[in-house]
Design a protein around this ligand. Structure first.
Ligand SMILES: CC(C)=CCC/C(C)=C/CC/C(C)=C/CC/C(C)=C/COP(=O)(O)OP(=O)(O)O
Ligand SMILES: O=P(O)(O)OC[C@@H](O)CO
Ligand SMILES: [Mg+2]
Length: 251
């Protein structure tokens, strides 16, 4: 089964899926494995690997390989540039940062990576990546013209543009470590125009309650990263967030 079909099944079954983002550059591979195992035990549906500053290379190769040995969940690449590719994963989010001012993040990195992807034949999912205020490191690195939190219609126009380009996923991003998650009005407005296309929401989600609000507002997939890296009990916190998201969707 493809990763995309697997995630569709989870979304159909539970209303929402949860993905744990691990930045291979933030810790040693052994520690990334520990986080991935804890997240899997806490009920996350997939592991996403990526970072915006030091995107990958050997550390990514090794981290993906070691996680694969211990965790049965799909490993999805979330590349900051072509160094974010490794054949030790199951799928890549082939994304364009549509609201970047830098053509390298709209199409340039993708052109550099396209033949590698063609040769290895890895599954890829076309995705519109939309970075909103405050944007964090990825907003700075990706030179994003940050989408204002109080102008959901601007985010919706970008989301529709991605959908009309044929992108099946849209990722509404507040930036890793944002003070607060994106407002429900923004998530709702974007999901309203996307209809059946998959909406990922991430950035600043730290507990079950905020995951529930994002899910209820229209997110199909919730991503959390920073909070797991810092948690005393990564398994328990993942369980709270996953259960919060899934219960919130049904509420
Ligand atoms: C498809 C290919 C080959 C490349 C895509 C290139 C694009 C569009 C990149 C978007 C801009 C970018 C730098 C994205 C990084 C995405 C990511 C892994 C974010 C998570 O990183 P953060 O956690 O926000 O930042 P830190 O790495 O500093 O923690
Ligand atoms: O680290 P956090 O704030 O959970 O954000 C996750 C993700 O949206 C970053 O790309
Ligand atoms: Mg990070």
């Amino acid at each position: 089964m493809t990763v995309e079909d697997y995630l569709s099944e989870v979304i159909q079954r539970d209303g929402v899926a949860h993905i744990t983002l691990i930045d291979p550059a933030s810790q040693k591979p052994e520690e990334s494995v520990r986080l991935a195992v804890a997240a899997a035990e806490g009920g996350t549906d997939a592991i996403m690997l990526g970072g915006s500053t030091d995107a990958g290379g050997n550390l990514l190769d090794l981290t993906a390989k070691m996680i694969k040995e211990k965790v049965k969940l799909p490993i999805i690449l979330f590349p900051g540039n072509t160094t974010g590719f490794t054949t030790n994963a199951d799928c890549v989010l082939f994304m364009s940062l549509l609201n970047s001012r830098d053509p390298n993040y709209i199409v340039g990195n993708q052109v550099q990576g396209a033949f590698t992807l063609y040769k290895v034949g890895m599954e890829s999912i076309p995705m519109a990546y939309l970075v909103c205020e405050p944007g964090g490191t990825v907003g700075w690195v990706g030179d994003a013209k940050l989408l204002p939190r109080k102008k959901p219609e601007l985010a919706a126009a970008y989301a529709l543009t991605g959908k009309y380009f044929g992108m099946r996923y849209t990722y509404l991003e507040a930036g890793s470590g944002a003070d607060s998650p994106l407002p429900p009005e923004m998530i709702g407005t974007v999901k309203h125009v996307l209809k059946d296309s998959v909406l990922i929401v991430g950035g600043g989600i730290r507990d079950g309650k905020s995951a529930a609000i994002c899910a209820k507002a229209g997110a199909d997939i919730i991503v959390t990263g920073t909070v797991i890296e810092k948690a005393d009990n990564a398994k328990a916190l993942t369980a709270e967030i996953v259960q919060g998201a899934k219960a919130g969707k049904k509420a």
